[in-house]
Design a binder for this molecule. Structure first.
Ligand code: FAD
Ligand code: AMP
Length: 477
């Protein structure tokens, strides 16, 4: 290769491309190797932009408009004629959104002087990188630094082998050409609930099978209880403690066999989505003598700053421990580069937000009440509903609540849990408060705009001490 790079990033997903851009800003000569071909074209942006966060949100928005038009416009006195959905157009819109964004990343790399090497990268011994381009000869690069950012892929389970026709993974579920009448979803995780919601809104009868005995066990109990109630009311048939043990394809139907409460049952669907989690993707990424350690679950072993066991080599995003989230990958990419540059950058893993983009959205940051208790805190909590918030009522968005978890002795805020309108944005107020080691009193003393959804944040903070204004709270303080 004619050029000498300071840094080679393998993988152009949110982790990899953000690392590349930050490195270019800091004056490094950077190459980013990406092998993805999406809809016939080489594409940057990784899982997130091509088949993850963005296309799923595009479909969530389209399907929400459809459902809102049918069920809620009438509340505002608006009448419409017959409402139809053109699935091909909806998918084309989603593809356009993806194309805009992935094209934008290509522009950003170009504008920052970053070389996008289209093809496959592999780490060799001695920190060298083999690059196999889509066309042309294999090259060996000798950068000073390497960032591994090859992401993750869906987990496959032998009991439901994905054929991307009748049995699909999350990628296939973004491409149904028509609305399946009967849709099964294996896994009531974030992705399963989002994709199940999309097709339920468009008319599918959706059954979600969840092997665990609890719904969203990682979430605060109050939130998961309310959330399950709301989703069930919307028509998602969520079967908890239902472990899928087999599937059988017959013609254009798939039979799901499952066990619930000790009983073997089965049900027939037109499509089945397998959403049982994701696993790190390191296939072909590392030569045997590359000198990189993997954990027993296939993640690349890194320290708190994403440094691997090999000096000058970092690994970030879904390929390493921690939640598989785009924003986590992005911040790790920036941190790794800044560490290389000599800054003391770090990621605060305690304030990474979680969001489920259903309607209403659910989002949280910090500790759940159960985690706070388990961590030895004497806990106090405050919860306030959207049902008495003026803005929420005006908008017809009155479901859900904000809940704060705090330390009773120090008043320090420990966690925030939101289910309701704009939860994905509202939760950032909690994230910032946690970052600034805020007390509940800090939030109580602030003036929130009226009428806003955020007033529920204020009221929930006041409710921690029994003094929410728009509720009868008898505690005097
Ligand atoms: P990836 O985005 O997976 O990118 C890695 C890239 O590396 C890939 O494009 C791959 O082609 C490339 N690559 C791999 N090996 C090589 C190699 N050897 N050579 C060259 N290139 C290689 N997260 C959120 O935060 N919010 C959401 O709303 C959200 N929604 C999601 C919805 C769905 C349906 C899915 C599937 C995921 C969603 N995620 C969401 C998760 C998010 O997409 C991932 O956490 C994120 O993309 C991880 O970023 P990454 O850079 O680590 O890896
Ligand atoms: P997540 O990892 O958050 O995407 O969630 C995936 C979910 O799928 C988990 O809650 C698992 O318990 C669930 N799951 C995995 N295998 C099965 C199975 N065979 N039947 C039903 N649910 C499953």
């Amino acid at each position: 290769m004619s050029q000498q790079f300071d840094l080679v990033v393998i993988g152009g997903g949110p982790g990899g491309y953000e690392a590349a851009i930050r490195a270019a800003q800091l004056g490094f000569k950077v190459a980013c190797i990406e092998k993805r071909v999406h809809k016939g074209k080489p594409s940057l942006g990784g899982t997130c932009l091509n088949v993850g966060c963005i296309p799923s949100k595009a479909l969530l928005d389209s399907s929400h408009h459809y459902e809102d038009t049918i069920h809620h416009l009438g509340d505002h006195g608006i009448t419409t004629g017959e409402v139809n959905i053109d699935i091909a157009k909806m998918l084309a819109r989603k593809d356009k959104v993806v194309e805009n964004l992935t094209g934008g990343v290509a522009q950003l790399l170009k504008g920052n002087g970053i070389e996008w090497l289209q093809g496959t990268g592999k780490l060799l011994a001695g920190k060298k990188v083999e690059f196999v381009p889509f066309e042309g000869e294999t090259q060996v690069l000798e950068p000073k630094y390497v960032i591994l950012a090859s992401g993750s892929v869906p987990v496959n389970i032998p009991v439901a082998p994905v054929d991307q026709d009748l049995i699909v993974d999350s990628t296939g579920a973004l491409e149904f050409a028509e609305v399946p009448k009967r849709l099964g979803v294996i896994g009531a995780g974030v992705i399963g609930l989002e994709l199940g919601s999309v097709w339920r809104r468009l008319g599918s009868e959706v059954v979600v099978f969840e092997a665990l005995d609890a719904f969203l066990p990682m979430a605060d109990k109050a939130l998961s209880k309310e959330f399950q109630k709301i989703l069930t009311k919307q028509g998602l048939d969520i079967r908890i403690g239902a472990k899928v043990s087999g599937t059988e394809v017959n013609g254009r139907e798939v039979t799901v066999k499952y066990n619930q409460a000790g009983e073997d049952k089965e049900q027939v669907f037109d499509k089945l989505i397998v959403c049982v989690g994701r696993k790190p993707y390191a296939e072909g990424l590392l030569a045997e003598d590359a000198g990189i350690k993997l954990t027993d679950r296939g993640f690349i072993e890194v320290n708190d700053h994403c440094a691997t066991s090999l000096e000058g080599v970092y690994a970030i995003g879904d390929l390493v421990r921690g939640p598989m989230l785009a924003h986590k990958a992005m911040e790790e990419g920036v941190m790794a580069v800044e560490r290389i540059h000599g800054h003391a950058a770090q990621v605060n893993y305690d304030t990474i937000i979680s969001v489920i983009y259903t309607h209403p959205e659910a989002a949280w940051v910090g500790l759940t009440e159960e985690q706070a208790v388990a961590n030895g805190h004497e806990v106090k909590t405050g919860q306030f509903p959207f049902a008495v918030n003026g803005r929420a009522l005006a908008a017809g968005e009155a479901a859900g609540f904000v809940k704060f978890v705090a330390d009773a002795k120090t008043d320090r805020l420990l966690g925030m849990h939101v289910i309701g309108p704009g939860a994905s944005d509202i939760v950032h107020q909690g994230m910032i408060a946690l970052e600034f080691v805020s007390s509940v009193e800090d939030l109580q003393l602030m003036t929130f705009g009226h009428p806003t959804y955020s007033e529920v944040v204020h009221e929930a903070a006041l409710a921690v001490d029994g003094r929410a204004i728009h509720a009868i709270q008898r505690k005097r303080k």
